[in-house]
Design a binder for this molecule. Structure first.
Ligand code: PA5
Length: 430
């Protein structure tokens, strides 16, 4: 049946804050206007809106061809950060593969060193991903990886491809060494790039069916209609916005699948970096069911009522039976399954939050496979764009993130950036 979004537990008659039904109808008019704006942006290939066109524009043949020379790889090192890592990482975490993927999205030296020790560099493909081609963490990590390959007697030029924009240090490097390269589409910001060369090349290298990912996304794209009552993605974006303005300033993203844990991380970036502007935005929090029922849930249910929780699950999954036992008090588990238990936990937690007045939303896909992930990722992007229209913020820019990038560069002597002065001005109290 495709992805489903159930907003029943976000209504005022269930939860506080909750959205009254007449307010939802009024919001639906705003959704129609926002949809028209989004369609206009898409039709004109405006920056950012273009990301929602990717199901129709991405060239999966080109991506498959680019990774073909690396088909002998047992490991993938994706060197990139933020939007240049999390989409591909979400697909890697969601789908099983014999090619083990590592995401070098931090410059913690001990961690980087431990990964480089773990992989056989002669059987490793390196994907250096940076839209701007200038990000310090990414280029530094790449220089470290390149050096490690040299030390191991591996020709890094044979094992590396780059994914970057038209210009920048990385593009120059690719040209200098004649490295295979993929282009990041111009109008697609990092955190919206999972369905482009940025997210799909790693998936192709890992042997995943990237056409099925795009098909799932295209199904979600076809569901973008002018009404939140007919469009799961818009329903999610609109209800999260409406809950936020009523006091749910925190949005806990809580998948009940280990394979979707990275999805919550991807979502947190998308939501926070797109909507956190002009004093507005809802704080995303990453959680995992059932694990976090035994930790954070205490706060969600009994702490300040300023949150919404988003539950995500797949309805079809491989299951494991729980063996029968005659241990006293545990016999109820026998004959059930781990999946059955997980579903019971999911539904019980959802109901328990509603009983405590806390708004929550349920998102379901059929299964965590290529198609399901394509649907889910595209839908959350569309939800974010819808929310951005409702907040009236500039969804596709990230000046606060750029500020930090410049400050770090300035500190390292990579240019004269006034942002770096803030470090010297720090107030210290010891
Ligand atoms: O979404 C974004 O714009 C950011 O998270 C970027 O993806 C991140 O800063 C990495 O930038 P780049 O791809 O230019 O190296």
């Amino acid at each position: 049946p495709g992805m489903r979004v159930d907003i029943g537990n976000a209504l005022e008659r269930v939860a506080t804050p909750g959205v009254p039904e007449d307010a939802l109808d009024r919001l639906d008019d705003r959704v129609a206007d926002a949809h028209a704006r989004i369609e206009e942006g898409r039709a004109n290939n405006e920056h950012g809106y273009e990301a929602l066109n990717l199901p129709g524009t991405v060239d999966t043949d080109e991506i498959r061809a680019a990774v073909k020379p690396f088909a002998d790889s047992e490991y993938l090192l994706n060197v990139g950060i933020g939007g240049s890592a999390l989409g591909a990482a979400t697909l890697s975490a969601g789908l099983e593969s014999d090619v083990e993927a590592y995401y070098l999205d931090n410059v913690d030296p001990e961690w980087v060193a431990s990964i480089l020790e773990e992989v056989d560099l002669s059987r490793t493909a390196v994907n250096v991903v940076s839209r701007s081609g200038t990000t310090a963490e990414t280029l530094s990590n790449f220089l470290v990886v390149r050096d490690a390959m040299d030390d191991a007697g591996v020709d890094w030029t044979e094992r590396t491809w780059v994914t970057t924009g038209e210009e920048g240090n990385l593009r120059d490097l690719a040209e200098k060494h004649d490295l295979p390269s993929l282009k990041v589409p111009d109008g697609v910001p990092g955190r919206f790039s999972v369905l482009s060369t940025v997210g799909l090349a790693a998936a192709a290298l890992q042997g995943h069916d990237i056409d099925a990912i795009v098909e799932g996304a295209a199904a979600a794209e076809a569901d973008l209609t002018p009404s939140l009552y007919d469009s799961p993605a818009y329903a999610y974006g609109a209800i999260a916005y409406a809950l936020d303005v009523r006091g749910a300033g925190t949005n806990v993203m809580m998948p009940y699948e280990e394979s979707l844990e990275t999805f919550a991380e991807w979502y947190a970036q998308l939501w926070a970096e797109s909507l956190g502007k002009d004093g507005l935005g809802q704080t995303p929090v990453r959680a995992l069911g059932a694990t976090d029922q035994h930790s954070q849930l205490q706060l969600y249910r009994a702490g300040p009522n300023n949150k919404m929780v988003t539950f995500v699950r797949a309805t079809d999954r491989e299951d494991t039976a729980i063996p029968e036992t005659d241990l006293e008090g545990l016999s109820y588990l026998g004959g059930s399954s781990l999946g059955g238990l997980l579903d019971a936990e999911f539904e019980a937690t959802e109901a328990s939050l509603a009983a405590a007045d806390l708004p929550n939303v349920r998102i379901e896909i059929d299964s965590v496979d290529e198609y399901g992930l394509g649907e889910l990722l595209y839908s959350m992007e569309a939800a974010t764009v819808m929310a951005g229209e409702l907040y009236d913020v500039d969804t596709f820019v990230q000046p606060a993130v750029e500020w930090g990038k410049k400050a770090a560069r300035g500190l390292l002597g990579g240019g004269d950036f006034e942002e770096a002065d803030a470090v010297a001005e720090k107030t210290t109290l010891t």
